[in-house]
Design a protein around this ligand. Structure first.
Ligand code: FAD
Length: 492
């Protein structure tokens, strides 16, 4: 008889954990609270248009990447899936000037030097360091939390190229980085990336994903990728149960005995992998006292470990005629407007036109995304109590966005259909996302990064898979956490 494992949560971490547990010989039942799998890796259709709400970039898209092996093992990528590589990471349009973080670093360097020769030294230093940062990778063999000193040093050596980057920018926040430049557009370009208190190294390494070409977008987008992974899970014998929200895990003698579901059913098991957001796992599925102290530290030190979410609106573009917007992500300056608790004078938007099946020429989509922080989340949470005001506010912001898009890109005038507008609360409702966050904690300047073990301290047969086990989060960390949870299970 195979041992029976329950996976709670059908996001990328849960599906990955399920596949690796099946590979290790367990019988696996995966329970997802929603009708659709994927969690934050999701997309949906509105009025004949498709909103792909996750993959802007997937790292591990090069065949030679160690991570690529994991994507192949779980069925996310294979030789039949074409990968689109964007020409640039993002661009800034401001007062008639345009700066791109081109994937071709030398092209970007020339553009920056032409615009801001007064910053030549800093510009050269920055682009040299992005090149060094191309060595950043996630551990794929073993969790950092499980490595012994030698393994840890060996893994560190694979990223030795980061030495000069850490030396130069290790202590810098995004604001510090921006402050190194005299040219106001270059400063603005750096600040567009994230909240000013976030670590500058995150910008350099993210840009390095583009320049090294490890980042790409699998054709078919987020929904198709999840479908392929779920198909792999079922083909290996895994059982999927949708619309099944777990309520709690029954524990006796330090062992999980069963999982109790919202519909009242109780399913017994030999082991559980919790792949829900860790804020759901601890406090709802399990007593909060089981939380690892490193993870607890991140929740309890809000100034040191912050989360980011967003307010988004998606617009369909009417017709196939030129819309005057470059494909990819653009930040542009605009008249100020309020979103959450912030007054903003710039806006981020992204044109989706790279996948002819998802976004045919007469079905292109623009998504606007405004970064929201934890204060903003509280604003949305309170507003959500009054559904009418909440909906009206979402609509107001979407219309403000529409007017700014039309003003900055006149070919969009009278051609935008509002498809949907969604706030951080949408993600909390959809998949239990802590503070509506897209990724996990971002450690702030002066705070250390952490990786949390995949086994739950004090319990012998409960394991964790989630992007929240590491700082920064994202799809790769969700996928590897699933693999590591199954490893811990197999070794237990
Ligand atoms: C707008 C946006 C853009 C993003 N862009 C990128 C990108 O370009 N690249 C990238 O790498 N990452 C990106 N991410 C991040 C990425 O989507 C996440 O890192 C990843 O999907 C997290 O996976 P997870 O499995 O850890 O968590 P989740 O996706 O949160 O999965 C948890 C699952 O558990 C389910 N669940 C919760 N509670 C229960 C319960 N009680 N019972 C049963 N099931 C439950 C949830 O419904 C969910 O399906 C983006 C995220 C967002 C929101």
């Amino acid at each position: 008889m195979k041992q029976k494992v329950i996976v709670i949560g059908g996001g990328i971490a849960g599906l990955s954990a399920g596949i690796y547990a099946l590979q290790s010989g367990f019988a696996v039942d995966l329970y997802e609270k929603n009708a659709a799998l994927g969690g934050e890796c999701t997309g949906w259709d509105r009025q004949g248009y498709h909103i792909d709400n996750c993959i802007h970039w997937l790292t591990g898209c090069r065949r030679e990447d160690e991570l690529n092996q994991i994507w192949r093992e779980i069925g996310a990528l294979d030789d039949t899936v074409a990968v689109y590589r964007e020409p640039y990471f993002y661009r800034l349009v401001s007062d008639g000037n345009t700066l791109h973080f081109w994937s071709d670093i030398e092209r970007a360097r020339r553009e920056f030097l032409d615009l801001a020769p007064e910053d030549a030294d800093e510009i050269n230093r920055f682009f040299d360091c992005v090149k060094y940062a191309e060595c950043v990778r996630v551990p794929c063999e073993k969790s950092l939390a499980e490595m012994n000193l030698i393994e840890y040093l060996r893994f560190g050596m694979t990223m030795a190229g980061m030495g000069p980057v850490i030396k130069e920018y290790g202590e810098d926040s995004i604001d510090d980085l921006a402050g190194r430049f005299r040219n106001p557009y270059v400063r603005e370009m750096m600040r567009c990336y994230m909240n000013g208190s976030y670590k500058a190294v995150a910008l350099l390494s993210s840009y390095g994903f583009y320049s090294s070409k490890t980042a790409g977008i699998p054709m078919g987008g987020s929904v198709e990728m999840v479908r392929r992974i779920a198909e792999r899970f079922e083909a290996m014998g895994g059982k999927l149960h949708r619309n099944m929200a777990a309520e709690r895990i029954e524990i006796r003698n330090r062992l999980a005995q069963a999982v109790v579901f919202a519909d009242g059913s109780v399913v017994s098991c030999d082991a559980v992998i919790c792949a829900a957001d860790t804020a759901v796992t601890f406090g709802r599925l399990l007593d909060a006292g089981y939380m690892d102290r490193k993870l607890r530290k991140m929740y309890e030190t809000p100034g040191g470990y912050r989360t980011s979410s967003g307010f988004q609106a998606a617009f369909g573009i009417i017709g196939a005629a030129d819309c005057g917007v470059e494909s990819g992500s653009t930040v542009f300056l605009c008249d100020s407007f309020r979103v959450g608790r912030q007054e903003l004078d710039h806006m981020g938007m992204r044109l989706y036109d790279y996948d002819a099946k998802l976004f045919p020429p007469d079905r292109r989509v623009i998504q606007c995304n405004i970064l929201q922080d934890e204060d903003d989340y509280e604003y949305w949470r309170e507003l959500y109590e009054d559904r009418e005001r909440y909906n009206a506010e979402k609509h107001r912001i979407a219309e403000e966005m529409r007017s700014r898009l039309e003003e900055s890109f006149p070919l969009l005038k009278d051609r935008l259909i509002l498809l949907d507008a969604y706030s951080p609360m949408t993600f909390t409702k959809w998949c239990g996302a802590y503070k509506g966050a897209y990724m996990s904690f971002f450690e702030q300047k002066g705070y250390k990064s952490f990786t949390v073990k995949n086994r739950v301290r004090g319990l012998r047969n409960v394991f964790l898979a989630s992007q929240w086990l590491s700082v920064n989060g994202g799809l790769p960390l969700a996928a590897v956490s699933g693999k590591f949870a199954a490893q811990s299970l197999a070794n237990s």
